[in-house]
Design a protein. Structure first.
Length: 301
């Protein structure tokens, strides 16, 4: 069951009826059966919440399986990472903005509902990180792996033409939220003396292409944050790593006659790198993992 504080997120913010997405909302997909029924009724009528009638959980008991929290888990790289961790025996807290995509990830994981928590959330919201961490801890009592995969970027835009709100959203989702999630998760991990925080960056942090100035800055900041955070958390048994993939074949990259998609990385390649990190010996931390396609996907002009 969830705390009343967590359940209030259901009553305070409702999904817009558009596309089942949660703009600027902390909306839990499941609700505590011991809290106010009117909260459930309103949420359920809006198509926001599933009311899971489960046995009350003793918060003194720790979930028997390792737990992974993956943001941006509704599709692409995030989904591949979530599914790979589920196959390794992890229970999941999967977070994103689109309900249907997260439900499909949960279905593909083949985990029972009590081991796959769905959280609808917009990480551009300043309070979202604490809400996700608190919700995961309320249900599972532990977070063993945090994967900061969620990211956002508009189409390539000249810096002088970029809207201020777009620049703010890039930095909020790609950098600020990852820092906030890492900070909150590290508190719990430090108490256990173990854990892994894995940030998914981008080759844009190094390639520095025109039209991607703010996006590149957000990903370069994530790389720098990873190194500095490991300097603080490594001695407490927490791995802090960043994966920097090159071009990955996802729906975020539109078809382009100059790209050979068969040569691009697969989301499963990034997921495999995540598993390599979490399965590395306790004495080892792969702080920075760079993935390049073996052959260049860019066709010669």
């Amino acid at each position: 069951t969830y705390s009343r504080k967590t359940c209030r997120f259901i009553g305070d913010s409702f999904l817009s009826p558009l596309c089942g997405r949660a703009p600027n909302a902390h909306v839990m997909m499941r609700a505590c059966a011991s809290c106010n029924d009117s909260v459930y009724a309103a949420a359920y009528d809006e198509g926001i919440a599933e009311v899971a009638q489960e046995h009350p959980r003793d918060h003194r008991e720790e979930h028997p399986h390792p737990v992974a929290l993956v943001t941006g888990a509704g599709r692409g790289i995030g989904r591949a990472i979530a599914l790979a961790l589920a196959r390794e025996g992890y229970s999941l807290c999967i977070a994103a903005r689109t309900r249907e995509e997260l439900e499909e990830t949960r279905r593909l994981s083949q985990l029972p509902i009590e081991r796959a928590l769905i959280v609808l959330i917009d990480l551009a919201d300043e309070d979202s990180a604490d809400a996700v961490i608190e919700t995961a801890l309320d249900l599972f009592g532990r977070i063993d792996v945090l994967v900061n995969n969620a990211g956002w970027a508009p189409p390539r835009t000249a810096l002088t033409k970029m809207r201020a709100e777009d620049a703010s959203r890039i930095l909020a989702v790609n950098l600020r939220a990852s820092i906030a999630l890492a900070r909150a998760a590290a508190v719990s991990m430090a108490e256990r003396g173990s854990g892994a925080i894995i940030n998914i960056a981008s080759s844009a942090a190094r390639n520095l292409a025109a039209g991607e100035a703010v996006y590149a800055a957000s990903k370069a900041g994530l790389v720098a944050f990873t190194h500095a955070a490991f300097a603080e958390l490594g001695d407490r048994g927490i791995k802090v790593s960043v994966i920097i993939p090159g071009l990955v074949d996802t729906g975020l990259i539109p078809n382009n006659k100059r790209l050979d998609r068969t040569l691009m990385l697969s989301p499963d390649d990034v997921a495999a790198a995540v598993l390599d990190i979490v399965k590395s010996p306790a004495r080892v931390c792969p702080i920075e993992v760079v993935l390049h396609p073996q052959r260049r996907p860019e066709r010669a002009k």
